[in-house]
Design a protein around this ligand. Sequence first.
Ligand code: ATP
Ligand code: MG
Length: 180
Amino acid sequence: MYLKSIEIQGFKSFANKIKFEFHDGITGIVGPNGSGKSNVADAVRWVLGEQKIKQLRGSKMEDVIFSGTEMRKPLGFAFVAITLDNSDKKLPIDYDEVTVSRRLFRSGESEYMINGTVCRLKDVHELFYDTGIGKEGYSIIGQGQIDKILSGKPEERRELFDEAAGIVKFKRRKNETLKK
Ligand code: ATP
Ligand code: MG
């Protein structure tokens, strides 16, 4: 499984639709300060279901929608889609390619999709449990996160091992069953 592409439109500094395509090996994103490098990582966090606006460096969720510049009017929605190669079926879904998208309007209305079908945030979370990719996974390591892991509480560190061991989904299901 690997990340094939990220499509962004109206998210933060990306007013125009843009598609990043990734190939084998390592890809670096370079650019001057403020050019939007971190916004690409924010876009990935966001499409994976990030609900905490602080994690996305904003103060309210609407802040992820392109807010305009001197030359350009603000936009009405933000859209991000990531496409993953799933030919090894690491994601529990019977498709060789999986596209997850999220759209948010200024009204607050929002929508997640998996391969073009509207779904719940929960479905997005479940798709990525135990893959290390989910928003709680370790596929995106932000500034300061290593320190947090090293100095974190044992229970927090345990979560990282649970994810790596592939037992998060069982723990979540057990907790849900116990709640019922
Ligand atoms: P650095 O090298 O300093 O880390 P960077 O390339 O990571 O910079 P980002 O933090 O990704 O830069 O981008 C910051 C830019 O994104 C700022 O110019 C900011 O105005 C712009 N930006 C953030 N949110 C929005 C928004 N909602 N609408 C328009 N522009 C936005
Ligand atoms: Mg940055």
